[in-house]
Write a protein that binds this ligand. Structure first.
Ligand code: NAP
Length: 289
């Protein structure tokens, strides 16, 4: 039996549920989930990611709008657009596509988004709720998607040793808080961590987000462990690979995500899930997922 975790398949199953929930919300309450994306500059990666988000939002019957600004956009203009979207009753989710050009402070702009519409879960209030284990906030999309994948493999997470390599605010940190909520024992590693191979060998679940092709070697993986590879790296050949040396790791792992086709589709689906959750809250209905 294959030990590859098929993120595309898991994402498709969740999308079917979202489609049906979005249709009933619109039919019964007249609320169509609305997602707005702010994209600044012409970064080709960002263009592609936003296209994917828009395509899938439309597939599920959501309203989707993209606001594109030149890289030299001023703080005032961007702030005014965020405030306008905060007020728009037909918009339930707002995301600021990262990275931003250097002259724009992402923390400042993220903090301008209404926390009730912060479906990327990056506003300090939502990040703080996750940190303090307070329910009701939005959880960052990639960690949320990874947790869904992990739950397809592990019925019980309590007490498992979970290693997280990479400590970004987008991925590593919220991932750690989410696994701590599940009563896992967690460790985190970064560029100054010592003895990473022996740490990795302890991990029942190893989650990697560093952005270095094949950095985690196959022989560091615990036998039978679960490997979640978040990294996306484009080789000079054009091939997209993860942060884990896939073929060698697959031989030792009990389950492993491929790149592409593992975590990526789950990130988009988690964004669509958070947006629908926000629309349900707006309609005063409990979100059934
Ligand atoms: P980031 O902000 O650049 O953070 C990278 C992290 O990796 C930092 O904590 C850094 O440590 C750590 N790191 C770098 N070199 C290391 C080393 N040699 N050993 C151990 N840790 C090391 O990156 P990010 O935004 O989290 O993204 C990471 C990767 O995930 C990228 O490839 C990105 O494209 C991918 N990604 C994928 C998805 C998806 O949906 N699949 C979503 C988001 C990101 P220091 O803090 O010490 O520098």
């Amino acid at each position: 039996m294959s030990n590859i975790i098929n993120g595309l398949k898991v994402a498709e199953e969740i999308k079917k549920k979202l489609f049906s929930l979005a249709s009933s919300l619109e039919k019964e309450m007249g609320v169509k989930p609305g997602l707005a994306v702010l994209r600044i500059g012409e970064d080709p990666g960002s263009q592609l990611y936003v296209q994917k988000k828009g395509f899938q939002a439309n597939e599920l019957g959501y309203h989707f709008e993209e606001h594109v600004f030149p890289s030299w956009v001023s703080t005032e203009i961007l702030k005014a657009k965020i405030e306008e979207l905060n007020q728009a009753s037909y918009i339930h989710g707002i995301i600021l596509q990262l990275p931003l050009p250097q002259h724009l402070d992402r923390f400042y702009f993220l903090s301008l988004i209404d926390p009730l519409k912060d479906v990327d879960g990056l506003h300090p209030i939502n990040a703080g709720k996750l940190m303090q284990n307070v329910p009701g906030g939005f959880i960052a999309c990639t960690p949320l998607g990874c947790l869904s994948l992990i739950q397809t493999i592990h019925d019980r997470l309590e007490g498992l040793n979970v290693g997280i390599v990479g400590t970004s605010i987008l991925v590593g940190r919220p991932m750690a808080m989410l696994m701590l909520q599940q009563k896992c024992t967690i460790w985190m590693a970064h560029s100054k961590t010592k003895n990473l191979p022996s740490l990795c060998e302890m991990a029942d679940i190893l989650i990697v987000a560093i952005g270095r092709a094949g950095f985690i070697q196959g022989n560091w993986i615990r036998k039978g462990g679960t490997v979640i590879d978040i990294g996306i790296n484009r080789l000079s050949s054009g091939l997209i690979v993860g942060d884990v040396e896939f073929e060698a790791a697959q031989k030792r792992a009990g389950a492993i995500t491929p790149v592409p086709g593992g975590v990526g589709p789950m990130t988009v689906v988690s964004l669509l899930r958070n947006t629908l959750d926000s629309a349900y809250r707006y309609a005063g209905r409990p979100f059934p997922l």
